[in-house]
Design a protein. Sequence first.
Length: 261
Amino acid sequence: MHPRLPARTPPVEPQFIGEPNFATAADGIPATSPVPRGLRSRTASIPAAGASPLPTAIGTEGMFVPTGYEPGYAYPLLVWLPDASSGRFDLGRTMSRVSLRNHVAVQPLRADDANADREALVWRAIDNVRDRVSINPRRIFLIGQGSGGTEAFRIACRHATAFAGVISIGGSFPLREGLFGRLEEVRRLPMLLCCHREAPAEVVGPTDSTLRLFHAAGAMLAMRIYPGRNDLSKTILADVNRWLMDEICGSSAPRPTPCGS
């Protein structure tokens, strides 16, 4: 575990009985409800069982709480890094397409300054969420879109033991940055790269080089290519949920070999 993630006694992990819940999209977009900066209660602004999901503000960060939140469960946490060049990222809409019940999610403060420490913002967001809701520290996933996906790869490979997996949607792997320095740790980190057929050349162009690198290193990378042009389509995000649930619950099927596509 990364030193910035202090060890805590985790609550009981939720038991997913039978087939994992692959929730469909919601009819509407949950409204944002501001929370005072100093409010640190673990149960503040948490919806009651059966209530709609409630993205709340943690200072300047956004958090998504699943429907039917149970304080006694240790939920997986999804840390979302949006594309820096895109418009407004809607955490509530995106999570409604992933799952309404399976995960807590947070969007770290967006860094407008190019020199800002984006990694520090990720650790801050994780700590803030863990202070408020029940999170399993061994089930923290990084997910990024576009340049955020590349950043997710970068942070996760530097701190491979702090994360349960990393997903990039439309963001290439940074091949020239020597991120396999801690090879034994990176080999145990599950990774998923999703992109659509109309993705820019800088995303689809390095595909062969990326697969060769992972094959040579013996690391795990699943790569999936989709029709269409929407990185955050229902199809892609439903597959993201299935991949996450396979990692969280375990799959009865044989584990894919490194660099499986």
